[in-house]
Ligand binder design. Structure first.
Ligand SMILES: [Zn+2]
Ligand SMILES: [Zn+2]
Length: 191
């Protein structure tokens, strides 16, 4: 992601001041784990910066249309992301009451305003995108996936493997003989 750096100027000099920051990022792809996603129309963000006294609060929304691959059938799968942007940029490194720096191991959820009075929204936008990317991507909720036997896309029809496998299992069972019983005397097609 190209860095989105915003300068904290006099518009945000006093607590309560707000500045809207909206824009478009011409990023065309990203990856998450094993997944590769493309962004045909980039990323749009709409964030409000607020001077919250101790720092700058960035909150808003990130939107993107994402093209990927269905995890079950490998066909193209698309989804829309609307991720919440929420990041706090402190003016100064917080210290504990005795004046020492906070423990590095603590799970701290903030960044710092840069020495040049800038904040970098890149990380906050990136995590909004990642957070809203589904763990399992499906072309549709009830995607039937691929046949484990022949690899056919089961959304396009039944390849017959499941029926064959059921028949084979039936052949080994003690009820196999039942298959040959002509329960429906009127049906001449039955063997
Ligand atoms: Zn699918
Ligand atoms: Zn099959």
């Amino acid at each position: 992601m190209e860095p989105i750096v915003v300068t904290i100027d006099e518009r945000l000099a006093n607590p309560g001041d707000t500045v809207p920051v909206a824009g478009h990022i011409a990023q065309d792809s990203y990856s998450l784990g094993e997944h590769e996603f493309s962004l045909p129309s980039g990323i749009d963000y709409d964030v409000v910066l607020t001077n919250a006294g101790e720092g700058i609060l960035a909150s808003g929304i990130l939107k993107a249309h994402v093209d990927g691959t269905c995890d079950r059938c490998l066909d193209p799968a698309s989804f829309d992301v609307a991720g919440e942007v929420d990041e706090y940029y402190l003016f100064e490194e917080p210290t504990t009451e005795d004046g020492t720096a906070t423990d590095e191991d603590e799970d701290v959820d903030f960044e710092l305003v840069g020495e040049d009075d800038t904040i970098d929204l890149t990380g906050a936008l990136q995590s909004a995108l990642i957070m809203e990317t589904p763990y399992v991507v499906l072309c549709r909720e009830d995607c039937k996936g691929l046949c484990p036997t022949c690899g056919a896309n089961l959304n396009e029809g039944d390849c017959g493997c499941a029926a064959k496998a059921a028949d084979a299992a039936m052949g080994e069972s003690p009820f196999a003989a039942l298959k040959d019983l002509d329960l429906d005397a009127g049906d001449g097609r039955r063997r």
